[in-house]
Design a protein around this ligand. Structure first.
Ligand code: PRX
Length: 699
């Protein structure tokens, strides 16, 4: 683990300990450097915000944060309704209750509602409202192609026109409020356009990251039964061309075989990657975007929806094989993503914002499309690979567009750090003002490199901890308010009450380490798992009754700072992508020569975690290089390239208890080569299995 490993130190909280006072950092004894004064060295415990930065910040001090935090916890209804009514357009105000919730399984079904009865529309709030406020000619989107030299822009009013044309087209093919639309697009402007068009007409988008395989795509199509699938013919990623339409074709055959056929496949011709003549086509089902969408009117009435009507579904991995359809609704998600974006990045109207995440993940939903657009921000979309044509590309883009806020994942930071400072320092980067990190813990050395080299020791880093399920930031620094500790996500956002519990679910106080849970709801929380409310309750609310369980481990230091230590369930974060070990296992065992597989996460220098698979071949098959390759190919085709195991460890047998349960604890230690920490192996059915595995470790 890259983080400070605080000793397990369980101290129980008094029953009504209030987070605001215990969250006050008493940091005067720590060694500190001030933002902009000098590089942060390994001896510096904290980086203090500079006077200049704080003076212009939305939240200029710890005091101010604490005041606002306290207000948000003591009176969530007042805090959030104040923001909701002053900063958004509502066709009709919500009912008497700002929110209602039950997070305690012992008191009946889990339910979270915010602004119920309020009538609004997220697309209207992103576009029409900002245009009415004078942003018609402000750049909404900058688009930078994979190939240097190709780019495009859309102003807010142009974006609205494009969105309306697509919305009108979708209506013309029968998409109505509540219908699902599956989107399998790379980072083209058409991706946020599609999301906003769906939101405009009350359709529920389900964006599938365009790195998922046809089988994964089919699985999602079968689950949510879309009226339309939207894709493009191909995309360039670095030097490679990826034929997305072929993947969609295969997925549509697959899903039709499972009883779900899709009538319309709207396909954008991405001319820089592939001409339409070379695209495989199914007449009647497939339609070129460019042939139909531009013919529709550039205005389209908004479908006004209830705050609790669904906005989108996004599938994510859990500890079992089947991906979960995380459902977010309209009002709370809108208010929460906009507010978190504004404060965590100290957003100013003049900012140019770039988030390197793909819209296929939650980060792209909340912090490429919705959060920034709701704030009327100028957003940069980059289509390509971050190190193409060379590792300086990101900083080339930063200089070209004068990017002021740059938000990325630790895995990219680490890989660029490896490539060397020269790729960074040959660019000016002086436009940068705030940096952000997301997806996995950022180790202190990567934090310092990001801070010192990329940000020139001038820019605070918002290390934002959150999840697909949470909709928006949960624990994050507010730049200007907090002294930062490299590697710590610091303190909760307004309205969020994180608690650390022991294995019995008892809240711990002070310096402690345990399971991260959240008490009470926040507006951006997911409301259910699509079609499976029971799994929602079982996975998230039953492990520690009374709380939302995050699946993450966390420690709190004596100053109240939070340190995320990674997942405690069978989920791993590989290059910031979330993968269930069970998904990889089920892909592996589908291989005819694989009898059994057990997958664990292992520390990886660049990816954070790598995928380590123990594989038992079927009787009579011996392990070979050919088999290794074919196993990896199976995972790539069933899930996607990003889920390919980094290591296959041949296992003539797996360590199991007498009742047949695989002992993953032991496998994790073998994978990490921590052979002196194997612990008690006497309960294994056959302890000899362990020695056998160790012998085969480096073959
Ligand atoms: O383990 C945590 C890690 O990513 C998980 C959520 O993954 P996903 O739903 O795909 O969302 C990723 C983008 C929000 C969490 O359970 N994680 C995310 N951000 C951080 C993090 N771990 C440590 N520090 C973070 N800043």
């Amino acid at each position: 683990n890259h983080n400070h490993n605080h000793n397990h130190h369980f101290r129980h909280a008094d029953s009504n300990a209030s987070p605001p006072s215990s969250a006050v950092a008493k940091i005067s004894h720590l060694k500190a450097v001030v933002l902009g004064d000098a590089p942060a060295s390994e001896e510096d415990d904290v980086v203090l915000p500079s006077h200049d930065f704080s003076r212009q910040a939305l939240v200029p001090s710890q005091q101010k944060y604490l005041e606002m935090y306290k207000a948000s916890i003591e009176n969530p209804a007042g805090f959030w309704s104040g923001i909701a009514s002053s900063e958004f357009y509502w066709k009709q105000r919500w009912g008497d209750q700002v929110y209602s919730e039950n997070l305690d399984v012992r008191r009946g079904n889990i339910k979270i509602e915010w602004f119920k009865g309020g009538i609004t529309n997220v697309c209207h709030n992103c576009l029409d409202r900002n245009i009415d406020a004078g942003l018609a000619d402000k750049i909404a989107l900058y688009w930078e192609s994979n190939e240097p030299g190709f780019d495009a822009t859309l102003t807010y009013s142009q974006l609205l026109q494009r969105v309306c044309q697509l919305a009108n087209y979708l209506k013309s093919v029968g998409v109505r409020k509540g219908d699902a639309v599956v989107v399998y697009l790379p980072m083209l402007m058409e991706l946020p356009i599609t999301m906003l068009a769906c939101a405009r007409i009350g359709a529920v988008h389900s964006v599938v990251f365009a790195g998922f395989s046809s089988e994964s795509l089919a699985q999602r199509i079968v689950d949510c039964k879309p009226k339309v699938v939207i894709t493009c013919n191909a995309v360039k990623r670095g030097p490679k061309t990826v034929f997305l339409k072929d993947i969609v074709d295969a997925a549509l055959i697959d899903s039709a075989n499972k009883g779900i056929s899709v009538d319309v496949c709207l396909t954008y011709e991405n001319q820089l990657a592939l001409k339409r003549e070379k695209t495989k086509w199914k007449e009647g089902r497939d339609i070129w975007w460019e042939d139909v969408v531009p013919k529709y009117p550039t205005s389209c009435d908004v479908e006004w929806v209830d705050a609790e009507d669904p906005l989108f579904l996004l599938y994510t991995s859990g500890s079992t094989g089947k991906p979960k359809g995380v459902l977010h609704t309209t009002g709370g998600y809108m208010v929460y993503t906009a507010t978190t974006f504004k404060y965590a990045f100290d957003y100013k109207d003049s900012d140019v914002y770039w988030c390197t995440a793909d819209c296929g993940w939650i980060t792209g939903h909340s912090y490429v499309t919705y959060g920034p657009m709701l704030n009327g921000a100028t957003v940069l979309l980059y289509e390509g690979a971050p190190s193409y044509p060379d590792p300086g590309r990101c900083w080339d883009i930063v200089d070209k567009y004068k990017v002021t806020i740059f938000y990325t994942a630790p895995t990219l930071v680490r890989s660029l750090m490896r490539d060397g400072d020269k790729y960074v320092t040959r660019y000016s980067r002086k436009s940068l003002r705030v940096l952000g990190s997301v997806g996995e813990p950022i180790n202190p050395s990567a934090w310092r490199w990001f801070f010192n080299v990329v940000g020139g020791s001038r820019c605070p880093i918002s290390d934002t901890w959150w999840q697909t399920e949470t909709g928006g930031f949960m624990i994050t620094p507010l730049p200007g308010a907090w002294p930062q500790k490299p590697g710590s996500a610091t303190f909760p956002f307004f309205g969020v009450q994180p608690v650390i519990v022991d294995e019995k679910g008892v809240e711990l106080d002070g310096e402690c380490s345990g399971y991260l849970c959240v008490k009470s709801s926040w507006p951006g929380a997911f409301r259910t798992l699509y079609g499976d409310h029971e799994r929602y309750e079982t996975t998230y609310f039953k492990p520690f009754p009374g709380y939302y369980f995050t699946g993450d481990g966390c420690s709190r230091d004596k100053d109240g700072y939070h340190w995320l230590t990674g997942r405690v369930d069978d989920v791993i974060n590989v290059s910031g992508h979330r993968i269930g070990t069970a998904e990889v296992e089920s892909a592996l065992v589908s291989h005819p020569q694989c009898a059994e597989a057990a997958v664990v996460g292992v520390e990886h220098q660049v990816k954070g975690q790598g995928i380590y698979a123990f594989v038992t071949p079927v009787e009579g098959i011996s392990y070979s290089e050919e088999l290794r390759k074919s196993l990896i190919l199976t995972v790539r085709t069933q899930i996607g390239a990003f889920a390919a195991p980094d290591k296959i460890h041949w296992a003539p047998a797996l360590p199991k208890t007498r009742s047949g349960k695989i002992m993953r604890r032991i496998l994790r230690k073998i994978a990490a080569r921590q052979l002196d920490e194997l612990g008690d192996t006497s309960t294994l059915a056959d302890p000899g299995v362990v020695d056998q595995l160790i012998k085969l470790a480096d073959t």
